[in-house]
Ligand binder design. Structure first.
Ligand SMILES: O=C(O)CCC(=O)C(=O)O
Ligand SMILES: [Fe+2]
Length: 349
């Protein structure tokens, strides 16, 4: 039901092997603009047919039987037969942001003109860090307010495989903060495991963010795995209430989030930013970075975001939130955001 709702799936179309009402969007950044130093996005996978469900889980006998059954029904009655039944939503409170969320999950990217904006570009970045001089980061600025940057090829294939293998045997159902406790919730369906990263990756993350990522300034990085239908509905990564346990943690509120996509997803599974009006596909090995707090320490409400449900395949991500325990620390942070902010502020003058 969740997949039918979010992706407005039509059962008849689904049986014919068409997963999306809309096809993958226009988010093709491989334009000829000279400001592009490298191709921002790898080509997106083709939309898979109905049989893809069985490829994603070849041992699933029930799924195999169902596919045979539907294929037989289609042969007998290619039009599906009967009147089309209108899509019925479950009886849940309709949130204002819901329509945007669903639209962003269905399409990749946002307006076609998005990439015509001159301040959204790709560049090599060293952030003044000697570590990055020989191997600069490939940064694609995808949005300014909130600042969203996608760092392509941030990890290698073998690093991604190692991280997944380390976490796989220990994955447990993800939880969310609820009052003073943490608990499972239907709006976040995935499995996760906190792991310690290699020194090399640790250094690279610190070089990217300009932040101290050692506990207690950061939480342990979390490997997240979403199966079919796995999702994380719109939420903030930072605490929005003083009562939240995050305010009482030594590490303080979450200043920034870095999410490394350890896999691509055959269909669905993009990260949608509701107010920024764009969704970012899971680009394997790329890292998505954003700031959750303004420089004064207040939460940035424009960062409302979600992990769209996985429609085919599965999704692996590696995610960490850097925290800050005091405003003084915010003031000492150097890095991308300060540069962007300063640029923006200069423009305003
Ligand atoms: O999986 C995603 O795309 C988003 C995940 C997320 O927002 C989170 O883990 O906080
Ligand atoms: Fe999040």
């Amino acid at each position: 039901m969740r997949l039918q709702d979010v992706y407005a799936l039509n059962v008849k179309e689904l049986a014919k092997g068409r997963l999306f009402r809309l096809s993958y969007g226009n988010w093709n950044t491989e334009d000829e603009g000279s400001r592009k130093h490298f191709s921002c996005l790898k080509p997106l996978p083709r939309i898979p047919p109905l049989r893809l469900f069985s490829w994603s889980d070849p041992g699933n006998k029930r799924m195999a039987r169902n596919i045979l059954k539907y294929e037989k029904l289609l042969r007998v009655n290619p039009d599906g037969g009967g009147e089309e039944v209108a899509l019925q939503r479950p009886n849940v409170t309709h949130l204002e942001t819901r329509d945007t969320y669903e639209r962003l999950c269905q399409s990749l990217g946002s307006q076609p003109s998005h990439y015509e904006l001159p301040n959204l570009y790709c560049s090599y970045e060293t952030n003044g860090d000697p570590l990055l001089i020989l191997q600069p980061l490939k940064r694609e600025i995808v949005h300014l307010r909130p600042y969203l940057a996608l760092y392509h090829d941030f990890v290698s294939d073998s690093e991604a495989e190692k991280i997944k293998a380390l976490a796989a045997p220990w994955l447990q159902r993800s939880v969310v903060a609820s009052g003073e406790k943490q608990q499972q919730a239907d709006y976040r369906i995935s499995k996760r495991k906190e792991i310690e990263v290699t020194v090399a990756l640790d250094r690279r993350i610190a070089a990217l963010t300009g932040l101290n990522i050692q506990p207690p300034y950061a939480e342990y990085l979390q490997v997240v795995n979403y199966g079919l239908g796995g999702h994380y509905e719109p939420h903030f990564d930072h605490a929005t209430s003083r009562k939240s346990p995050l305010y009482r943690l030594k590490s303080g509120n979450r200043i920034a989030t870095l999410m490394i996509y350890l896999s691509s997803v055959e269909a669905g599974g993009s990260t949608a930013f509701i107010y920024a009006n764009l969704s970012i596909p899971a680009v394997k090995n790329a890292a998505l970075f954003w700031w959750n707090l303004h420089r004064n320490g207040n939460g940035d409400d424009d960062t409302l975001h979600a992990g769209c449900p996985v429609l085919a395949g599965d999704k692996w991500a590696f995610k960490g939130s850097q925290s800050t325990s005091s405003h003084e620390k915010l003031a000492t942070i150097t890095g991308i955001k300060l540069v962007v902010k300063e640029e923006e502020e200069e423009k305003k003058l």
